[in-house]
Write a protein of this length. Structure first.
Length: 691
């Protein structure tokens, strides 16, 4: 069942190139070419012939061999020998590790399998090494289900409510746009290949506008930057609509044919938009009236006009409704008519993988386990058994995630993971903050060492990742780990014997020619260049929905924490905080790659010079960022990248690699978004003081 590359067939000293795919949580999902010599991966490059990748890689993935051959790789099963959190382990055999895990899980499952919780996210985006054998294992066990909300579920639910699915325009056709709104995205750092197409458009005369509370590296390269307040994106979208209406910059034909009509449709949204003149929008967003009017004029009068929306702006209380409002804009001006117009937040809805074939929900055998929201794991680990919650969580199996570093309100997360009565198993490459709290750590393979199949949320190609090298040490793919654990627990269903290649073939069944995929490394989905030129959205009636079932009309939802919604709290903690990723990290991945960490140097908080002066803070000084939930230390960087009244705490550092053993999630909270049950990482009030 465990496939490894046949390195013995290559002549000594000869180089070979293996087709791969980037596994990380990034819309680009790059096609890779891995050069291998004498069984060692010596180079990772982007595939030049892949339209989206076009031969380029980000700094992080270009250094993937450094991560794979890192001296601190976990290469053998480990058992904890010290207190939780200290990271002290002894080496044990796979036999002993599996036996102990099976014994502990079996005992818990005999009482109530819902006391066992899987915790995973996008450490790999692969369909095979993500939720295939792992999902089968937990379904067969009857464990709690996991609501995987921590990144994108607010925007995802909003797109589904408005357009019917996570769909949009093709990335490559942004090169043909004459106006591009880059909304909530630092594309240079987090969507490099889109930025290439945006630069092509710019050279051809297009106007680029960045909408972001932070003056990002992307904003530096755009013609204009609208530095709005965090959480005010919905108000800006309504302000644009108001100007489109009063100046009649609308495509009435497209609206009539392809937008929901009636008193709960376009008429209702039109009425709401008219309540948002530029002056009101300026008060809500902190932008100048002239900026708002200019944005609406450009959007209403330029063709083709395209919006690259990203997930940064949906990490606030009203993030879902803001996405709904922005996603409606292209239909109002008929931007979808041209392939260089429209909008893209995610393309993942174009793909239709057979998740049932991969995950086998029938293994639940009629059981309906509770669901745990991964974004509230801090609270949930501290809950006692109750009729409302169910059994206390007794065991966690963590894979493809590092919740102790990335989950919100980490003081509670750390306290929960520190419970001595909690049995924790972590599948990992390194001793992360989460692995340090594990009872058993199991060595997992990296992308260079296993087979996988990938979709994308930034383009429309299915990609195959072939294993380039044999697994290092005793590392195993996630699939093989759960196969062996299933066997140890006596799960005899034939589906647990499926090989990784069988799983990859099951992912799309007959919808994808697997041999063609293997021959080239990717297969493009047959999607029209301008998929919604004549409507046909994947909603029940093919129209853009305004009054979405279960959600009502889109509206402005205030932040959980702000001067307006919590004035008493704001008096104590007057600075709004967002925590965008540091350029050379991807969530908490790559933080331990020294060459990348050396570029970032240390955790920083960007603070506007006026706010720093009011607090007596100097550039480069160590400061404490704090609120009622906690505090962390970092270096202050005085910069207009932060707007007045807002600080930018760049993340996500491993706690143990930060100052004082903490990171930015000390001050975030576990309250959720309006749609999608997602965390509000960018909806936080803090104060900053000299340390």
């Amino acid at each position: 069942m465990l496939e490894v590359p046949d390195s013995a067939s290559a002549a000594a000293g000869a180089e070979r190139v293996v087709r791969g795919a980037c596994p990380h949580d990034c819309p680009d999902t790059c096609a890779l070419r891995i050069t291998v010599k004498d069984g060692i991966a010596i180079k990772v490059q982007g595939a030049a012939e892949h339209v989206t990748t076009h031969g380029a890689l980000c700094t992080k993935v270009a250094r993937y061999p450094e991560r794979t051959y890192h001296a601190e790789r976990v290469l053998h099963p480990l058992r904890r020998v010290g207190p939780k959190g200290e990271g002290r382990f002894e080496r044990i055999s796979w036999e002993d590790a599996l036996a102990e895990i099976a014994q502990r899980l079996s005992a818990i499952a005999a009482r109530d399998p819902q006391a066992i919780v899987p915790y995973s996210y996008a450490g790999t985006m692969g369909l095979v090494q993500g939720e295939s054998i792992a999902a089968r294992f937990f379904n067969r066990l009857g464990a709690s289900l996991l609501d995987r909300t921590i990144c994108a579920s607010a925007g995802a639910e909003a797109l589904g409510a408005t357009l019917g699915a996570k769909v949009g325009m093709h990335t490559r056709f942004f090169a043909e746009a004459k106006l591009i709104l880059i909304w909530g995205s630092n594309s240079i750092a987090s969507n490099l290949h889109f930025w290439t197409f945006a630069q092509q458009a710019k050279r051809a005369g297009a106007r680029l506008v960045c909408i972001d509370p932070r003056r990002t590296e992307t904003a530096d390269k755009c013609h204009e930057h609208l530095q709005l307040r965090p959480g005010s994106d919905g108000a800006l979208a309504l302000g644009v609509m108001q100007q489109l209406i009063v100046n009649d910059w609308l495509d009435h034909d497209y609206i009539a044919r392809h937008v929901e009509q009636g008193p709960r449709g376009w008429d209702a949204l039109r009425e709401e938009a008219l309540r948002w003149p530029p002056e009101r929008v300026a008060e809500a967003t902190g932008l100048a009236v002239e900026q708002i009017v200019r944005l609406a004029f450009d959007y209403g009068t330029t063709r083709p006009a395209a919006i690259r929306l990203n997930y940064g702006m949906q990490r606030v209380a009203g993030g879902g409704n803001a996405v709904r409002l922005i996603a409606t804009l292209p239909a109002l001006v008929g931007a979808w008519r041209e392939r260089g117009g429209g909008m893209l937040l995610s393309s993942s809805g174009w793909f239709q993988p057979d998740k049932a074939a991969l995950q086998r929900p029938e293994l639940l055998a009629g059981r309906r386990p509770r669901t745990i929201n991964m974004s509230t794991i801090g609270d949930d680990l501290l809950r006692e058994t109750s009729p409302e919650f169910g059994p206390r969580i007794e065991a966690l199996l963590v894979y493809n995630s590092n919740p102790v570093a990335v989950a919100p309100e980490s003081p509670k997360v750390v306290q929960g993971f520190g419970r001595e009565d909690l049995f924790t198993v972590v599948l990992e490459h390194f001793l992360t903050d989460t692995a340090d709290h594990a009872d058993i750590v199991l060595p997992a393979t990296t992308q260079l060492e296993h087979l996988d199949i990938h979709t994308s949320y930034g383009h429309t190609d299915v990609l195959l990742n072939e294993p380039a090298i044999a697994p290092l040490g005793e590392a195993l793919p996630n699939t093989e780990i759960f196969r062996r654990l299933a066997a140890r627990m006596g799960f005899g269903e034939p589906c647990f014997a499926d090989s990784d290649e069988q799983l990859a073939r099951q992912a799309f069944g007959d919808c994808i020619d697997f041999e063609a995929l293997r021959a080239t490394g990717w297969v493009s989905l047959p999607i029209a260049d301008a998929p919604f030129a004549d409507g046909g959205f994947p909603t029940p009636d093919g129209r853009v929905r305004i009054d979405a079932p279960g959600h009502g009309l889109p509206r402005v939802v205030p932040n959980h924490e702000s001067r307006e919604s919590t004035p008493v709290l704001a008096a104590r903690y007057p600075l709004a905080m967002i925590s965008p990723p540091a350029r050379n990290f991807l969530n908490s991945s790559f933080v331990n790659v020294r060459s990348l960490r050396d570029i970032e140097r240390e955790p920083i908080v960007e603070i506007h010079p006026d706010d720093a002066a009011a607090r007596g803070l100097q550039n480069g000084s160590t400061v404490r960022v704090f609120n009622d939930r906690g505090s962390y230390l970092c270096r202050a960087e005085l910069s207009t990248r932060a707007r007045p009244g807002v600080v930018n705490g760049l993340g996500i550092w491993w706690r143990k690699l930060g100052l004082e053993g903490t990171n930015v999630n000390e001050v975030t909270h576990q309250r959720l978004t309006d749609l999608g049950r997602a965390p509000c990482f960018y909806d936080v009030l803090v104060e900053v003081a000299s340390a």
